[in-house]
Design a protein around this ligand. Structure first.
Ligand SMILES: Cc1ncc(COP(=O)(O)O)c(C=O)c1O
Length: 400
């Protein structure tokens, strides 16, 4: 007997980065000392005010369903944060849903906006789950390839080339995974003008908003004139507060859209975990020093990682403006991104994500996460230097 699975899985691959994490876990169980730079997981402990808030909530018996949108205190904290930090006004009671992860918020946003057959424009290289989520809904992700020469900036012209009668949504990620690009005002204005002209919704993933370097500033698209009524802002606690395992995020935007999105939440997960929501309030209100300390450390690691990459023959890497990934151009090694990543794994037990996993424009690059300790980064740099010495010798022997 063979049971048929739904057509929607055609063309939807497993998450390349989750698969890499599983490889790392398996190799470690087998005793291999893997240095993992493939994931998107802060190595820091979750700040203690967050842990304390969750423990207190557990002890106080907050272990039951909450309202689907979330507990009022967290909804207030999210709306307050959006107003104060992002210049985005939402009604805490009707304009926010607290979700179990940013991933879930994104899925809910796309489910709310896309019918089967509709198209969402995804600027690439992009995080692996965007096209997969569209596919699971029966919609189609249309890649708009960004160029390294333009600093991976979007332009109105490249977006216009991708729009069709089926386009409903433009998905924006800033600061961006994997490129590290941070949206600037001119680019943001072009995006909003494009969305208004074609009457598109904007889904904006701001999960790396706290991780911006060199005094740069994160800009929320929903704060631009004309954007709020068509923008769903997605954010989460995983990256800024080192809370990957807690699974907490949120979706904010116009009330008519949030009213529909709430149905997705109600009929799937009901609500985010009760005591984790209490932890979320603490994260938003009592961790400013922890967040600043993590950013300072990421900044040091960014310099270390990029310098080590630029010292490798055939590899060049620009300093990312935000997030915690180095997106290195490895074309000079003569290897594809998958071959490069595989050799690092096989010959040096270092895991990185091949750029090809991030869609058009990703080939020729690899993504290294520097959300790992300095010791791990130094050890990885040493292994890479040794390995790259061998490549240079091989290339020399081939006469190129
Ligand atoms: C761009 C981007 N959005 C969303 C997520 C998912 O975050 P969460 O852990 O809240 O699901 C990630 C995680 O890697 C990410 O890189």
């Amino acid at each position: 007997m063979s049971v048929r699975v739904a057509q929607r899985f055609a063309g939807v691959e497993r998450s390349a980065t989750v698969a890499l994490l599983e490889t790392v876990q398996r190799l470690r169980r087998e005793g291999v000392e893997v240095l993992d730079l493939s994931g998107g997981e802060p190595d820091f402990a979750t700040p203690s005010p967050v842990v304390t808030a969750a423990v207190t909530a557990l002890r106080d018996g907050e272990t039951h369903y909450t309202p689907s949108r979330g507990v009022p205190e967290l909804l207030e904290a999210v709306a307050g944060k959006l107003a104060a930090e992002n210049g985005v006004a939402v009604d805490p009671e009707r304009g926010v849903i607290v979700t179990p992860s940013a991933k879930q918020a994104l899925f809910t946003a796309l489910m709310t906006l896309l019918d089967p057959g509709d198209e969402v424009i995804v600027p690439t290289p992009a995080w692996v789950s965007y096209p997969a989520m569209a596919g699971l809904i029966g919609a189609r992700a249309v890649a708009a390839e960004l160029r390294a020469d333009d600093g991976f900036r979007m332009s109105r012209r490249m977006l216009e080339e991708r729009v069709t009668g089926r386009t409903r949504v433009l998905l924006v990620n800033t600061p961006a995974n994997p490129t590290g690009h941070v949206l600037d005002r001119e680019e943001a204005e072009e995006i909003v003008a494009f969305a208004v002209e074609h009457d598109l919704a904007l889904v904006v993933d701001e999960i790396y908003e706290k991780i911006v370097y060199d005094g740069g500033a994160h800009l929320s698209l929903a704060s631009l004139p004309g954007a709020a009524e068509r923008t769903l802002t997605v954010n989460g606690f995983s990256k800024a507060y080192a809370m990957t395992g807690w699974r907490l995020g949120y979706l904010a935007g116009p009330e008519p859209l949030i009213a529909q999105a709430l149905k997705v939440q109600e009929h799937t997960v009901s609500c985010a975990t009760s005591f984790v929501q209490r932890a979320g309030v603490a994260a938003l209100t009592r961790t400013a020093d922890d967040v600043a300390a993590m950013l300072k450390e990421y900044a040091v690691r960014r310099e270390m990682t990029v310098a080590a990459l630029n010292a490798l023959p055939g590899v060049t890497c620009a300093l990312p403006e935000g997030a915690f990934y180095a997106f290195a151009d490895v074309r000079g090694t003569g290897l594809t991104s998958a071959a490069f990543a595989q050799r690092l794994l096989d010959e040096a037990a270092v895991t990185v994500a091949p750029g090809s996993a991030f869609g058009p424009g990703g080939e020729g690059y690899v993504r290294l996460s520097f959300a790992a300790s300095r010791e791990v980064l130094e050890a990885a740099a040493e292994r890479l230097t040794r390995l790259a010495g061998g490549w240079a010798a091989d290339a020399g022997a081939r006469g190129n």
